[in-house]
Design a protein around this ligand. Structure first.
Ligand code: AMP
Ligand code: GLY
Length: 472
């Protein structure tokens, strides 16, 4: 029986499966534990974020099995004494009705939603209506990410500090607003555009061209029918995530993402090329202020407006040179690659944390931040990314990379083929390392990254470098 057969849902039998180079009998996983009667969890998505979530959930003593839809080559694991098995449902569709049917077929007790698309499409609402517990906000609450115009107006209503803005729906208004502000100026398509709908324009002409592409050419379809034009902010970015049941919240360590494809923040924007956490740029006082001025008013405001937010709220912030935090964007899910780093920094039971929120009452004791631990994630991207990535390149060195202490190689755009594991997406792997400091985590992550190779693969070499330079 191949792993692919396992992925199609063939029942586990007592036989050896050699995923990730480890060989254990499959029925060892349930022996003498509460696992077999435990929770069955469905994780939606196919990135390194979902691999990290699935892995952490599989390590909860109360998890019986994790199913990842559609998953990737990494989200298949036979489990063992310390982890429940993980299996992918290749080709699974994430429309609300499909997800409900899948959750019922797999008899899952909990669904954890990775990406924003299914949330904005109403997956959490459909699951809720079918009586299935879900970690992730309703479609209405997901508007915080699904509509930038909604987010900006919400911020204005609740006095949450954010870049000054104007909302436009035609070129006359867009051009007038761009000229009034002058360059640099930021032009954003209202709807979801997979990270491609934001242009930080250095000239008025570039801004007008961006607005034209959105409003007139409809490059992003309906997502560009409404456009936000806003003040360009400068400073240090920070990703602050908080788990919430709609009332109470648990703020996670602050992560620093690297959005541009090349070293030194050059080249086009990507989904994120690497992260370090905790970010030394945000100390405890500033974090308390971010909670007070941004996270709290968002959670309270959403509840007061009758669309309580349950799940994980991800505030993308700019810390200005004066030290003030301003909200750039809200996301309604874990960040990728932020999630890989945060999961590595948490001890405890992530499955219990997600389940508590899904039941409506966050258990703040389910997880805790491990003291004295830092994480660095380096994303290995495919040839062509962030343009059209090339697929099918054979990936070598995964086992060697995993031997570096403190390292887990999370899969993103990977799939199994007759030749072995091959590339199948833009971001291919997220090499995640923990250490006693950012320096140690960074050295481990790069040692592991250098052991992996595939044709055309590329990664940034400066993730965490600024922290080390500042400490010298
Ligand atoms: P978003 O899709 O809203 O997260 O924006 C993507 C990236 O664009 C952010 O991570 C920032 O790097 C940049 N960005 C967004 N809004 C602004 C702004 N007002 N000023 C400067 N940079 C911005
Ligand atoms: N890394 C940024 C995001 O997940 O949107």
């Amino acid at each position: 029986m191949s792993l692919i057969a396992l992925a199609r849902g063939v029942t586990f039998r007592s036989r050896e499966v050699g995923a990730r180079g480890s060989r254990r009998t499959v029925n060892q996983r349930a022996s003498g534990s509460e696992r077999s009667s435990g929770r069955r969890v469905l994780v939606l998505g196919s990135g390194a974020r979902e691999h990290a979530l699935a892995r952490a959930i599989s390590r909860s003593s109360t998890t019986a099995e994790v199913v990842v839809a559609p998953g990737n080559a990494g989200t298949m694991d036979e489990g063992g004494a310390d982890a429940a098995p993980i299996r992918s449902i290749e080709g699974a569709r994430l429309d609300p009705a499909d997800v409900v049917a899948l959750a019922q077929r797999e008899a899952v007790d909990l669904v954890v939603v990775g990406p924003e698309g299914p949330l904005c499409a109403g997956v959490a609402d459909a699951l809720g209506a079918a009586g299935i517990r879900v970690f992730g906000p309703s479609a209405e609450a997901s508007q915080l990410e699904g509509s930038k115009a909604f987010m900006k107006q919400f911020a204005a209503r609740h006095r949450i500090p954010t870049a000054d803005f104007e909302i436009v729906t035609d070129m006359v208004a867009a051009e007038a607003e761009i000229r009034r502000r002058g360059a640099p100026v930021v032009v954003k398509a209202d709807g979801l555009c997979a990270g491609k709908g934001v242009v930080v324009a250095q000239t008025e002409a570039e801004a007008i061209e961006a607005a034209h592409a959105m409003l007139v050419e409809r490059r992003f379809g309906d997502a560009g029918r409404v456009v936000v034009i806003e003040e360009a902010l400068v400073g240090e970015e920070a990703s602050v995530l908080a788990v919430t049941d709609g009332t109470s919240l648990l703020v996670l360590p602050v992560a620093r993402d690297h959005k541009r494809v090349f070293d030194g923040d050059r080249g086009p924007n990507t989904g994120g090329m690497g992260v370090f956490a905790p970010s030394p740029h945000v100390g405890p006082e500033l974090l308390a202020r971010i909670e007070r001025e941004i996270l709290r008013p968002t959670i309270d405001g959403m509840r007061a407006e009758g669309r309580p937010f349950r799940g994980v709220l991800f505030a993308g912030l700019m810390i200005t040179p004066a030290g003030d935090p301003l909200l750039l964007e809200h996301n309604v899910r874990f960040g990728d690659p932020e999630c890989e780093a945060l999961v590595a920094l948490l001890d405890g039971d992530l499955a219990a944390m997600c389940a508590s929120v899904a039941h409506g009452k966050l258990d703040p004791t389910a997880v805790r931040v491990a003291p004295g631990r830092s994480a660095v994630v380096v994303v290995l991207a495919a040839a062509g990314y962030p343009g059209t990535p090339r697929a099918g390149d054979v990936i070598r060195g995964l086992d060697e990379a995993a031997k570096v202490p403190g390292v887990v190689v999370h899969h993103a755009g990977t799939k199994r083929s007759a030749e072995g594991i091959v590339t199948a997406g833009g971001r291919v792997l997220a090499v995640t390392a923990v250490g006693a400091s950012i320096l140690e985590a960074r050295e481990r992550a790069y040692e592991a990254a250098r052991r992996i190779s595939f044709a055309g693969g590329h990664f940034r070499t400066d993730i965490g470098a600024s922290v080390i330079a500042a400490a010298r």
